[in-house]
Design a protein around this ligand. Structure first.
Ligand SMILES: Cc1cc2nc3c(=O)[nH]c(=O)nc-3n(C[C@H](O)[C@H](O)[C@H](O)COP(=O)(O)OP(=O)(O)OC[C@H]3O[C@@H](n4cnc5c(N)ncnc54)[C@H](O)[C@@H]3O)c2cc1C
Length: 285
């Protein structure tokens, strides 16, 4: 079990990992991308102290190298679900469950825009997790809608269970080359329950097809979907000055914890979150 799991791969997460290691915590950073996050889109930052005119990519590279040197572990994948049981947090990452005594959320501010119908049917025919729900669709027809490459792996997993898998894209990525998976063209517009009350249609600008189950994969998930019950402040996670959230041993930092959306603020908050987690874990011990 880790002392600390840090979710996100941007400046807040990397700063948090550095301080966590300096405080002697065993920690891992769970990042859904490897240096290609939001900051990587910036060609030049002029207001990060000590590194004038640095590109976002370079800044992330240096941060990550420093965190690795200090002994932080890195896990590539997306945290899909968090659950607290007495004494620990369990984090579902891809198809694995990781355990930690404390968790820091550093997921940035990007909010996935859900498809019409998606939220309402989540858990009743629509799923975001092949591992969790794939078994329900053994021998049945499944539609996969994906905004990134992880959807390919998920579709292949589902193809081992389902009688048929169709694959739709929400954003450009390498598509599955697998004869068990049919690529469907057209822009996905909405999800609609069929008149039988069971099957769900994926509606595109070129037509519609119905499935027993629909799986949607994106590189990020909204905080209140990741951790049902967490207190929000508008679109952001509510935190106090110690970066503590409304739930015990759960902290948030960087863009996901509110404005201003700036690297220097993200880095400072990552530092505070690590120190707060370390203090609270020490008190518990
Ligand atoms: C074009 C552009 C220019 C900018 N210029 C500046 C500037 O000049 N100065 C400045 O200070 N700021 C600038 N910013 C803002 C700056 O990039 C952000 O404030 C900063 O990156 C926030 O860091 P963060 O770690 O909180 O989040 P992010 O950098 O957004 O990192 C979050 C990471 O978490 C990952 N993630 C999300 N959900 C999950 C999940 N469930 N599981 C695993 N990983 C997940 C994401 O893939 C992402 O990599 C700019 C931003 C952009 C887009």
């Amino acid at each position: 079990m880790y002392d600390l799991l840090i979710i996100g791969g941007g400046p807040a997460a990397l700063s948090c990992a550095m301080t966590a290691r300096k405080r002697g915590m065993g920690c891992a950073v769970i990042a859904s991308d490897d240096g290609s996050g939001w900051l990587a889109k910036s060609d030049r930052l002029d207001n990060y102290p000590g590194m004038p005119h640095v590109s976002g990519k370079e800044l992330l590279r240096v941060f990550r190298e420093q965190a690795e040197e200090l002994g932080a572990n890195f896990i590539h994948g997306m945290a899909r679900q968090l659950q607290q049981i007495p004494g620990e947090w369990m984090v579902l990452v891809g198809n694995d469950v990781l355990e930690a005594r404390a968790v820091v959320l550093a997921m940035g501010a990007a909010r996935p825009k859900l498809l019409p119908g998606e939220d309402e049917m989540l858990g009743t025919g629509v799923s975001w997790c092949g591992t969790c729900d794939g078994m329900f669709y053994r021998g049945k027809e499944v539609g996969v809608i994906s905004a990134w490459h992880d959807g390919v792996e998920e579709a292949q997993f589902l193809a081992g269970l389902a009688s048929h898998v169709d694959y739709y894209t929400l954003a450009a990525h390498d598509l599955p080359q697998d004869e068990r998976i049919e690529l469907v063209s057209g822009r996905v517009q909405e999800l609609k329950r069929e008149a039988d009350g069971k099957r769900i249609a994926i509606v595109t600008d070129q037509g519609s097809r119905a499935y027993d189950g629909v799986f949607v994969f994106r590189p990020t998930v909204a905080p209140d979907k990741l951790i049902p019950g967490i207190a929000l402040d508008g679109p952001f996670i509510a935190v106090d000055r110690r970066m503590a959230t409304s739930l015990p041993l759960l902290y948030a930092c960087g863009d996901c914890a509110g404005k201003p959306l700036q690297v220097a603020k993200a880095v400072g908050e990552g530092n505070i979150a690590a120190i707060s987690a370390s203090e609270d874990l020490a008190k518990q011990a």
